[in-house]
Design a protein around this ligand. Structure first.
Ligand code: GLU
Length: 374
């Protein structure tokens, strides 16, 4: 079944890991970039639509600036990214030009996707580029990204892009063959897992805490990206990009890596965005009656069902909803700030009117702005 998904998928996000395209000692791996560009160009010619998410800016910058090691301090990483990004894109441009393909550079932060208008703008731009036959190459806008607004690693960014453009498949190309039953560096005869039907705790534990020198990600972020893409309804394929034509082969039905199936999702794109793109700024705990009303009766959240409010957030902020036991079951946009909610929690409409003078909104979270999460 998953082989069929691979042979028929059209729109594909391909994440390319830093170690494939650059090293701090040797700079950009131009031969590898040329080989990948040739392979991707062929796929594009054969009716697939590719969006690349390429890392490598920081590592390329480190090499060009002759820094000794991967810098730990953020301004230096950002400076290296600024130097490396233009070199990286120049290499891609020259490589893709050989087969007559055009590319476009897109730099994003998490904040760009957390703002619905900017999210939709980015979506329109990307789909327009795809209609024009251009291959967009995305990276995190490292130069301006500080903790609050950054994805942190490009695996996570690629998972979000899969949702942004309604991709059929997310491919993560790195220097590992896929997910193994045991760490292959410790046990060379460890077996590769070809298919992961669902990302269970056991699968997450297999990822361990591996992290490579050349990138911010590791197996953990790859599994998280697959999990995130899966929630958006997009399957993920983990492949070794060091092997020539590994993606082309996989798309012909001869996959050599690990395929992670996606989940069925009944949420609309906007509700998926509320649930899985936005980061909650606070947490609202509900009584059992309110939980039932939201989950089983499709109602909006009223202040009367709120037991407690955590965090400090403004009107319109994303917040998670939990049961009395602390289980998160929904995420939504709050019509009231945390400060106001502290005053009106547990109260009925008439009491709220008295307290606030006027009732701005009947609902704390309107049903249209509420997404139930698995
Ligand atoms: N954006 C970083 C770069 O281009 C890479 C982040 C990552 O390794 O995931 O160097």
């Amino acid at each position: 079944m998953h082989q069929q998904q691979l042979t028929t998928c059209k729109r594909i996000v391909v994440k390319i890991g830093s170690s494939l395209v650059a090293s701090s000692e040797g700079g950009l791996h131009l031969d590898r970039i040329e080989r990948l560009a040739e392979e991707f160009g062929k796929l594009q010619t054969h009716n697939r639509q590719l969006v690349l998410v390429s890392s490598g800016a920081i590592v390329a910058g480190i090499s060009h600036l002759a820094l000794k090691t991967y810098p730990q301090d953020v301004p230096l990483q950002q400076a290296a990214a600024a130097v490396g990004q233009s070199r990286l894109l120049r290499a891609y441009e020259m490589a893709f030009e050989k087969s007559g393909h055009k590319i476009a550079q897109i730099l994003l932060t998490h904040q760009d996707l957390a703002d619905r208008r900017r999210f939709l703008n980015a979506r329109h731009t990307l789909t327009t580029l795809l209609q024009l036959g251009v291959i967009p190459i995305i990276n995190e806008n490292d130069t301006v990204a500080v903790d609050e607004i950054r994805f942190g690693d490009n695996d996570t960014l690629a998972g979000q892009i899969a949702h942004l453009i309604d991709a059929d498949l997310l491919v993560i190309l790195s220097d590992v063959n896929g997910l193994y039953e045991e760490d292959p560096r410790l046990n060379p005869s460890a077996k590769l897992i070809p298919l992961v039907p669902a990302i269970t705790n056991q699968i997450e534990n297999l990822a361990g805490t591996s992290r490579t020198q050349a990138s911010r990600g590791g197996m953990v972020t790859k599994i998280q990206a697959a999990k995130q893409a899966g929630r958006f309804g997009v399957p993920t394929l983990l492949l070794n990009g060091e092997t020539p034509n590994t993606l082309g082969q996989a798309l012909e039905g001869n996959s050599s890596g690990t395929f992670f199936s996606s989940q069925e999702s009944s949420l609309t794109n906007r509700k998926q965005w509320i649930a899985f793109t936005l980061r909650p700024k606070g947490e609202i705990m509900l009584d059992a009656g309110a939980v039932t009303a939201l989950v089983l009766r499709g109602k909006s959240l009223l202040a009367s069902g709120i037991l407690s409010v955590k965090g400090s957030f403004l009107t319109g902020s994303p917040v998670s909803c939990t049961t009395e036991e602390g289980i998160v079951f929904a995420q939504g946009l709050s019509n009231y700030s945390a400060e106001t909610l502290q005053r009106i929690k547990g109260k009925h409409t008439s009491e709220i009117q008295q307290l606030l003078g006027a009732l701005e909104y009947k609902e704390v979270i309107h049903r249209d702005n509420l997404a139930l999460t698995p």
